[in-house]
Design a protein around this ligand. Structure first.
Ligand SMILES: Nc1nc2c(c(=O)[nH]1)N[C@H]1C(S)=C(S)[C@@H](COP(=O)(O)OP(=O)(O)OC[C@H]3O[C@@H](n4cnc5c(N)ncnc54)[C@H](O)[C@@H]3O)O[C@H]1N2
Ligand code: MOO
Length: 455
């Protein structure tokens, strides 16, 4: 496996202290089970309340209440140790989170300049005849002072010459080369971009905690920066599991499918500002699974495993993690798709065992890996959620909150994109959000307000 070790980064993290040093409690989900376990009555089909929802069982068994999406997320986030910060070239900082305020070193624009190609003059009435005294070009300012009765040819972005009050654009000027006639009045400030009208020297232009997007990158450079202090880029190792998986483009023999989770999860990790340390695959074999996870743990700050976390005979991920000393934070969430999600931690490295169904893996990455990656970078893990009215009635799951792939219509209502099976990846295409449909009986009627998780 071509994964580089992140030994240096790990020791840097250890110097800063592990989760325990920050007084953070790791929460093995099993610790919650005592108080959250209900004994189900003797009848073969029994319904009982779980928070707002209901759960049915045909078993006379003790059934644990599973954590909700938000509870599971909180348990994971409590285990996050933010990565060390470092100075990074602004041009390499895309999608990283600032660990300092960026203060403008100077005004932007640095000098008053023209918003138009035209002529710079002192304030003058329409019809004024002016002598063209010279030119101010972008990068080559006019060296003199504009006197009464004079104009200076000027380019967009060129410095407003001393003595000039404003600019009249070419289209409004009668120009014979050496002299001009103004078609309209030049009033003070006309077509002038003042110094400091974008950024003012000495003011904070980007706050610590801001994610660097293309605009922030440009603003930091404009403010005079070549480097900014950010948390290190988190490294994510992705491992897909399953004998049935083959690489994109390979011919399929009966029983095989293409590995869509590996590349899809890698793309999601990139979008979260992570460096993908590697995308690996392992068959349904305990020893091999242990081996590849051991390498992934050395290479990454977050290990994302996909598949093999359910209860089948060939699901080796949980035993392998246990053998490797990865501490379980929780297994299973009251969520559809994504119920068998597993979370753990070892020496500050987070591990997510995502269910193998492609939509389950995608949805649980968004719900859990995305905020964890933000928190690793010292950023706000809160994903801005909005609400919308359902445009169509949606069936509810009795005991799991469901993330329904929806598309927003022009009137703002949201509609399921198509079939919602956890294998139907095509229903994510064109989805504008995940609508969180709370568990319950029957269906959630059209017009009901739902919370939207961005995709
Ligand atoms: N008896 C039970 N069976 C299952 C339960 C359960 O509670 N009891 N839960 C179901 C749910 S819900 C889910 S979700 C899946 C999760 O199972 P695993 O995480 O163990 O995933 P696999 O069995 O390995 O795969 C499930 C499904 O996804 C396909 N897959 C796996 N990896 C990939 C990949 N990289 N690219 C594309 N497709 C992939 C795989 O072929 C299976 O079809 O368990 C249910 N079963
Ligand atoms: O939870 Mo599974 O992800 O419903 O298909």
């Amino acid at each position: 496996m071509p994964w580089r070790s992140r030994q240096g980064r790990r020791s840097a993290r250890r110097r800063r202290g592990a989760a325990g040093d920050r007084g953070v409690q790791l929460h093995p989900w099993s610790a919650h089970l005592g108080s959250r376990t209900r004994r189900v009555g003797p009848a073969r089909t029994t319904s009982w309340s779980v928070g707002e929802g209901r759960r049915r069982t045909r078993e006379n068994a003790s059934v644990p209440l599973l954590p909700s999406i938000d509870e599971a997320r909180a348990i994971l986030l409590a285990a996050v140790t933010p990565l060390p910060t470092t100075d990074i070239a602004v041009t390499d900082a895309l999608d990283l989170v600032l660990a300092e305020d960026v203060v403008a070193a100077h005004d932007v624009p640095v000098f008053a300049n023209s918003a138009m190609d035209g002529f710079a003059t002192r304030a003058a009435a329409a019809g004024s005849h002016l002598r063209v005294a010279g030119e101010s070009r972008a990068g080559a300012p006019y060296p003199g002072t504009v006197a009464e009765g004079e104009a200076v040819r000027i380019s967009t972005g060129a410095a407003l010459p001393a003595g000039a009050d404003g600019v009249l654009q070419l289209e409004l000027v009668d120009d014979d080369g050496d002299a001009i006639v103004l078609g309209e009045a030049v009033t003070p400030g006309r077509n002038v971009r003042d110094a400091g009208s974008d950024l003012t020297a000495g003011t904070v232009v980007l706050r610590s905690g801001t994610r660097v997007g293309p605009a922030e990158l440009g603003v930091a450079i404009g403010a005079g920066r070549a480097a900014v202090r950010c948390a290190q880029r988190p490294r994510v190792a992705i491992v897909t599991t399953g004998d049935e998986l083959v690489t994109a483009g390979d011919a399929l023999v009966p029983g095989q499918i293409h590995d869509t989770n590996g590349p899809t999860l890698a793309a999601l990790a990139h979008r979260c500002g992570a460096e993908v340390a590697g995308v690996g695959h392992v068959g349904d074999d305990l020893e091999a699974t242990r081996g590849v996870i051991a390498q992934a743990l050395e290479a990454a700050d977050l290990v994302v495993l996909a598949g093999g976390v359910s209860v089948g005979r060939h699901d080796h991920v949980k035993p392998a993690l246990s053998d490797l000393g990865v501490r379980e934070l929780l297994w299973r969430v009251a969520l559809r798709p994504g119920k068998p999600t597993w979370m753990g931690e070892r020496d500050g490295t987070l591990v997510l065992g995502l269910p193998g169904n492609p939509v389950s893996a995608y949805v649980t990455f968004l719900l859990f890996a995305r905020p964890a990656l933000a928190a690793l970078q010292g950023g706000d893990p809160t994903v801005p959620r909005t609400t919308a009215a359902l445009g169509t009635a949606v069936p509810r799951h009795p005991d799991r909150d469901e993330c329904v792939r929806v598309r927003a219509a022009a009137d703002g209502t949201v509609h399921p994109t198509g079939p919602q099976g956890s294998h139907v990846l095509s229903s994510l295409v064109g989805a504008t959000a995940l609508a969180i449909v709370p568990r319950g009986e029957g269906e959630l009627s059209a017009g009901s307000e739902v919370v939207l998780e961005p995709v």
